[in-house]
Write a protein that binds this ligand. Structure first.
Ligand SMILES: [Ca+2]
Ligand SMILES: [Ca+2]
Length: 343
């Protein structure tokens, strides 16, 4: 009974979009509230129009500007002093990128990102401790970044982050292999690698280091192997990628779940989110093979995909029904491994 009440509370948190004002950590509540308000105002004012794509083999960060057009963005390519990168997060308050540098097994900060020009070689302004082995997806929350360590069994590693310093915060053992995570309010969503499972951790925000038990795990019907996820709290929309078989370069799909909170709540009884609750983009027009990461923008009615098998950034119009849709934009990004947006 207690568990069920916790879940209900969790879903309130989920739908109210911002429950961070209950947070503890080291700040006092007043500090935290005023910081959250300031952050919200700054975020509104500084809403950008860039899409950032990591590569795990090129040593480049690709930045696409969609201000003029989603179908024809302009692009700049930044050179990094490491070849293999994954999770990428944009910090609007610092104009900084936090990126999982897999070559050196460390999270790094790339500062003044909006001032960079095409072809620039950029050096990290901060580098974290090497406390993960096999970094994958990441999520930014409350001046921290949580990085997935895709080891067996899986781990999550959190860091305090800013322009100058990245330091250890907490480490968690989740007991299963993880690929990507998303933080919403105080809660965290993860996808289990080599499965169709979506996993919910209520109140991740306050969890102490050590073993972290999930609150719920549900299967997404029809999905073979999920990798990336993104959730928009304003519209309650969850988007998941399906890479199908990792060895097959043209069997990928995207899964969009509208009214996600209610559907997930129902799935906690049944254990499954059925096909009829999903919209699927799949087929030969889609260019989807191994979509490893995704970002969703309901404001732009668009879904941004890091497509690893085809080595591309793909932009899809937000669909209202399932179908074999061509992307509205498709361009080569060698080694595309992760994507984020600043709007
Ligand atoms: Ca595939
Ligand atoms: Ca992601």
């Amino acid at each position: 009974m207690k568990t069920i009440q916790l879940f209900t509370c969790g879903f309130l948190a989920l739908t109210l979009t911002n429950c961070q004002d209950e947070s503890v950590d080291t700040s006092t509540m007043d500090d935290y509230n005023s910081m959250a308000n300031k952050t919200l105002k700054m975020s509104e004012k500084m809403k950008g129009h860039s899409v950032y794509v990591s590569s795990n083999n090129s040593g480049k960060l690709s930045v696409f500007d969609i201000q003029e057009s989603l179908e024809m963005p302009s692009m700049k390519s930044l050179s990094l002093p490491y070849m293999d990168a994954d999770g990428v997060e944009y910090d609007v308050n610092r104009d900084a990128i936090y990126q999982v540098n897999r070559s050196d097994k460390a999270l790094v900060t790339l500062s003044h990102i909006s001032q960079t020009m095409d072809g620039d070689e950029i050096m990290p302004t901060a580098m974290g401790p090497s406390t993960f082995e096999n970094g994958r997806g990441s999520a930014l929350y409350n001046n921290k970044v949580v990085v997935v360590d895709d080891v067996t069994p899986g781990k999550l590693v959190s860091y305090h982050v800013n322009e100058d310093v990245i330091s250890d915060f907490r480490q968690y053992n989740v007991g299963f292999e993880v690929w990507d995570v998303h933080v919403n309010g105080k809660d965290l969503w993860a996808i289990e690698d080599v499965s169709s499972n979506l996993v919910y951790f209520k109140d991740f925000h306050n969890a102490k280091s050590g073993d972290l038990m999930y609150s719920a795990k549900v299967s997404i019907e029809g999905l073979i192997r999920t990798h990336g996820l993104d959730y928009d709290a304003m519209t309650d929309t969850m988007v998941l990628t399906d890479i199908g078989s990792a060895a097959v370069p043209d069997d990928g799909a995207l899964v969009i779940i509208n009214e996600f909170s209610n559907k997930f709540m129902a799935a906690m009884d049944s254990g499954i989110i059925p096909m009829e609750d999903q919209i699927r983009i799949e087929g030969d027009m889609t260019e989807l093979g191994n979509p490893v990461d995704v970002a969703v923008s309901p404001a732009k009615q668009a879904i941004f995909v890091a497509e690893r098998a085809q080595q591309k950034l793909l932009i899809f119009e937000m669909p209202v029904s399932s179908g074999n849709y061509a992307p509205m934009y498709s361009t080569s990004v060698p080694g595309a491994s992760s994507v984020t947006i600043d709007f």
